[in-house]
Design a protein around this ligand. Structure first.
Ligand code: MD3
Ligand code: FE
Length: 216
């Protein structure tokens, strides 16, 4: 059975694939329920910047064998346990693994799913994702909840940017050159989706992390 409901995939930058409405409303609700179960065991926490300790406005958790974390003392890293509870991350919902198999064009399953929660007003400054050893694997992103203003640029922060609205149910695949591009979330538009009762937006990013042959 296929879960692909994308009408017209738009290919923008090389390696950037936006699949609007990939998950229908029913699949979005199912996935949200599974993410709520993950968060009950592995609560959202406030990550902080390396060295300065400045808090992110986005709250985070993870599922899968590895999770991306950041705090003042340890900096950006992947680890197998929640930084506050010390417990292993919950397993990844099967629906997410199915999305990865359908869109990633990669022979191995994702090792990490980062859960970003944007309360109204939260944003994510322009950055590159460079903490993964396996840079050949794509990143797959799934959006749930309110619309977000997303930008993607090139390999330098100051270069030209393309702006795209990411909506609930959208999937984005970042491979090739786009995998190393600067990107961020400029704002979340309140009240644009009925999916999250509390408002805001959840983004899920699926990734390979460890170098091929060096998985732990
Ligand atoms: C473009 N998350 O977690 S997802 C992140 O909506 C992150 O929460 C954003 O950037 C969010 O690191 C954007 C889409 C995305 C994910 C990874 C990328 C775009 C990307 C990696 C390279 C280029
Ligand atoms: Fe990113």
């Amino acid at each position: 059975m296929s879960i692909c409901h994308a009408a017209r995939p738009r290919i923008g930058r090389e390696g950037f694939l936006h699949l609007p409405g990939y998950l229908d409303a029913s699949r979005q609700s199912t996935l949200l329920g599974q993410i709520r179960d993950v968060l009950a065991a592995s609560p959202l926490y406030v990550p902080t910047m390396p060295r300065t300790g400045k808090p992110f406005s986005v709250r985070m958790s993870n599922c899968g064998p590895l999770g991306w974390v950041s705090d003042q003392a340890g900096g950006y890293r992947y680890q197998a346990e929640h930084p506050l509870t010390g417990k292993p991350w919950p397993s990844m919902p099967e629906l997410l693994l199915e999305v990865w198999r359908q869109v990633a064009d990669y022979p191995l399953p994702p090792e990490a799913c980062l859960i970003n929660y944007y309360a109204p007003g939260a944003k994510m400054g322009s950055h590159r994702d460079a903490d993964e050893e396996d840079a050949r694997a794509p990143v797959v992103s799934v959006s749930l909840g309110d619309d977000a203003a997303f930008h993607i640029g090139g390999l330098v922060r100051a270069g030209p940017k393309e702006r795209i609205v990411l909506r609930s149910g959208d999937v984005v695949v970042l491979g090739g050159a786009a995998r190393m591009a600067y990107h961020g979330i400029d704002r979340v538009h309140p009240g644009t989706s009925p999916l999250l009762a509390e408002g805001g937006r959840i983004n899920l990013t699926l990734r390979r992390v460890r170098a091929l042959g060096a998985e732990r």
